[in-house]
Design a protein around this ligand. Sequence first.
Ligand SMILES: Cc1cc2nc3c(=O)[nH]c(=O)nc-3n(C[C@H](O)[C@H](O)[C@H](O)COP(=O)(O)OP(=O)(O)OC[C@H]3O[C@@H](n4cnc5c(N)ncnc54)[C@H](O)[C@@H]3O)c2cc1C
Length: 425
Amino acid sequence: MEFELKYTKAQEEFRDEVRTWLAANVPDGITARPRSFQESQAIYRMRRELGRRLGAQGWLYPSGEKQYGGGGLGLDQIIVLEEETARLGLGLPPYYDSGGKMGSASIRVWGTDEQKQRFLPPIYRGEVRSWQLLTEPTAGSDLAGVKMTAIRDGDVYVFNGQKIYIGSHHGADRYWTIAVTDPKGKRHQNVSWFMIDANLPGITTQPLYLLSAQSEGETDEHGHKNIIYFDNVRVPADCLVGGENNGWKVASTHLEVEHSGQGNIRTNPVWIALLAHCRTHNRDGRPLIEDPDVRSKLAEIFSRLEAVRLLSTRNFWMVYAGEKRSYQGSQVSYLRKTTNLWLTKAILDLLGPDALTNDPILGAVGGIAEAQQRRGIVEQHPGGTTDIQRVVIARRLGVGAREPQQAGKLGEEGMARKNPQPVDA
Ligand SMILES: Cc1cc2nc3c(=O)[nH]c(=O)nc-3n(C[C@H](O)[C@H](O)[C@H](O)COP(=O)(O)OP(=O)(O)OC[C@H]3O[C@@H](n4cnc5c(N)ncnc54)[C@H](O)[C@@H]3O)c2cc1C
């Protein structure tokens, strides 16, 4: 059995087309590490502009239906787009858009035709960025325990409450959120799902810097999160998705996408940086790469990261080909998180105390080694902790239960139709 992908001639031709397009459209400096808030803003603007250009091509959300501004592409092409953007150190979308990636899937399954027409095109064309607002101070792993209320008042819902650990830098235009619409209702039957305008009166945002924040200029989701307060926020009733008190089912779709490991098929950038470092730096007058202990550790690091990459690629295929999934999403999430934590110690073994500082002169691998020490810890939590992934795996395998639990609904066809436009034809 061969794990590694093999590509068809048509895929390679599509790859050439994508590479040429990216070479012409990706500006220099877009993956630079910002050293100030101004630099971070400039890079973010570049990323949003690239997003809009990708959107115009239908490549920002390639699996999205064409009628809503997506690419209408099949797995054969989607994977090439993912790989080619990853090769440049970028993702799809090239900016943090957790709500867009997961929220658009929920709309495809649960939204009305009118909602699909209203909500999907701006996301697919890169005109808006959206965040998911799920976690509350007393409801993280136990999402069904949310306390934020959304009480119907005529043709609006009035929101009051608080969400935490949300989004990243530079704001968002839309929020996907879950709130209690029936305070007296039973657990799981008392919540509803909404897509709301992030600029409504009564919403305030307070930054929250995590252990993994490198500086105020951090651009990605790792360091900069937010607490978002809702104070009598009046949300039009047509922003309710999937029906009143049906939010738990919509959330299951959303979480299924989050747990199923879509995307993230790239080689871990920390591995690329470590290898380059060991090839170009000396210890005791000898290149690090010539030290047998270094080689042995690098081989171990590669083996573990490669196992995660290959399983992520399998999940990517399952999601976008509409294959039936069970425990696989949580399996990869669990392995990725535990491997990232293990990596902190492995890097320390490999590079010694230089891995503990981000000093511009002393810090190993341009500060990447030190950042991994902090990120490895923080990454244990988002998208379900390692404990929760184990709970999900056990339930899906049917361990300790009569029936294995089913995966959340992703629609009859999953994220994409199977080869809707056969590229070999
Ligand atoms: C970097 C980062 C990004 C994030 N991004 C977002 C975001 O964009 N939007 C958003 O809504 N949220 C976000 N979160 C929040 C994240 O989803 C929560 O941190 C996570 O769900 C855990 O919730 P909690 O922090 O309240 O911990 P808790 O749920 O309080 O858990 C505390 C501990 O108890 C364990 N535990 C809990 N329940 C069980 C159980 N049933 N069995 C065994 N062990 C259990 C957990 O594993 C954990 O170790 C982010 C968090 C981080 C760190």
